[in-house]
Design a protein around this ligand. Structure first.
Ligand SMILES: Nc1nc2c([nH]c(=O)n2[C@H]2C[C@H](O)[C@@H](COP(=O)(O)OP(=O)(O)OP(=O)(O)O)O2)c(=O)[nH]1
Ligand SMILES: [Mg+2]
Length: 313
């Protein structure tokens, strides 16, 4: 049996405090010359991804990495190689990036790139960079429609941009009617609304995407168009989300929660052990969490937290 040789690569996403990140153009003479990438390169024998990252950013940009967090891991097969890419968020460094290899540099905003083309393996990474630290799930079931819509308007004014409309108690007609009202508010603020399940309503409602509950994730054979994430509880469900090429996963329960009483609780340690396996999408923690948990979430490797009740208070 032949085994595929995998080339391991570390790449750094240098992020400024305002959220802009650095892309570099690949130098002449390399495969995909002129295409845009995150600075980085191949691991040398005996190196960890982090060691390779620090060496490559020194060699290619002349900077010293001060703080880097492992983020996404992506595998991709090019004609020239199958690569496993370890992407890090680099949030602190010493020195100004200089093109030591004749590259061009461009500081970019997620969702509004001014350069192209970017290496094809980076598509999920660029989508992941657009996602927020907190993802809100609706709570009409407890608050009632009028109070929830009022709270939604307030939250949108205060900066909420992503929410999942999860109201399993509503039949399709009532759900569609509520989605129409919520979408009108979300559209006015440039936000994104994902339907919970119900991919068949996506086109008709012109929503931004779908969030799949775990049981629908396991049945799905392809991802719906638009944004798509899923709720997961274990490595098998994370692997299915990766096979489908989803944009994010929501993993829990991290803490005991009122909405799923008596369910299995991972704790941040259990959460971290699963996230550390390395996934091509960001993973949120869910279950009894508020924005006060964001620091713990990041330390455990999370993109951030999903909030149900806490998002509307
Ligand atoms: N650096 C980097 N490589 C990427 C990205 N996305 C992506 O698919 N790749 C692929 C392209 C290459 O096949 C491989 C990186 O190899 P490289 O040619 O940059 O390696 P290197 O810097 O060590 O260069 P060299 O010493 O071999 O010339 O990973 C990315 O964002 N950054
Ligand atoms: Mg390189």
């Amino acid at each position: 049996m032949s085994t595929i040789k995998i080339t391991h690569v570390a790449a750094g996403i240098l992020i400024q405090p305002d959220g802009r990140f650095l892309l570099g153009s690949r130098p002449a003479g390399k495969p995909y010359a002129g295409w845009w990438e995150f600075p980085g390169g191949k691991l040398e024998a005996g190196e960890t991804p982090l060691q390779a990252l620090c060496r490559e950013l020194q060699e290619e940009l002349g900077i010293e990495v001060r703080a880097a967090q492992p983020w996404l891991v992506q595998e991709f097969t090019y004609p020239h190689a199958t690569v496993r890419l370890y992407f890090f968020k680099v949030t602190d460094w010493q020195g100004e990036p200089h093109p030591h290899e004749g590259q061009q540099f461009a500081w970019q905003t997620a969702g509004a790139l001014s350069v192209e083309p970017v290496l094809p393996a980076n598509t999920p990474i660029l989508r992941g960079l657009q996602l927020p630290a907190t993802l809100a799930f609706s709570n009409v079931a407890e608050m009632g429609e009028a109070a929830w819509l009022e709270s939604l308007a307030t939250q949108l004014r205060e900066g909420m941009r992503w929410l999942v409309l999860r109201e399993p108690q509503l039949d399709e007609r009532d759900y569609a009617a509520l989605a129409g009202k919520a979408l009108a508010l979300v559209r006015a603020s440039g936000g994104n609304l994902l339907l919970h399940g119900r991919p068949e309503l996506l086109r008709e409602l012109e929503a931004d995407g779908v969030h799949l509950p775990a049981r629908e994730l396991l049945k799905a054979e392809a991802r719906p168009e638009g944004w798509c994430g899923a709720s997961v509880h274990n490595a098998a469900e994370l692997a299915q989300a990766a096979r489908l090429g989803l944009d994010y996963a929501v993993l829990g329960s991290v803490k005991p929660s009122l909405s799923h009483p008596g369910g299995p609780v991972l704790g941040w340690a259990g959460f971290q052990a699963l996230v550390e396996q390395g996934w091509p999408f960001p993973v949120y923690g869910v279950g009894g969490l508020t924005s006060a948990d964001l620091d713990d979430a990041r330390l455990a490797g999370a993109q951030g937290v999903v909030m149900l009740r806490a998002a509307w208070q």
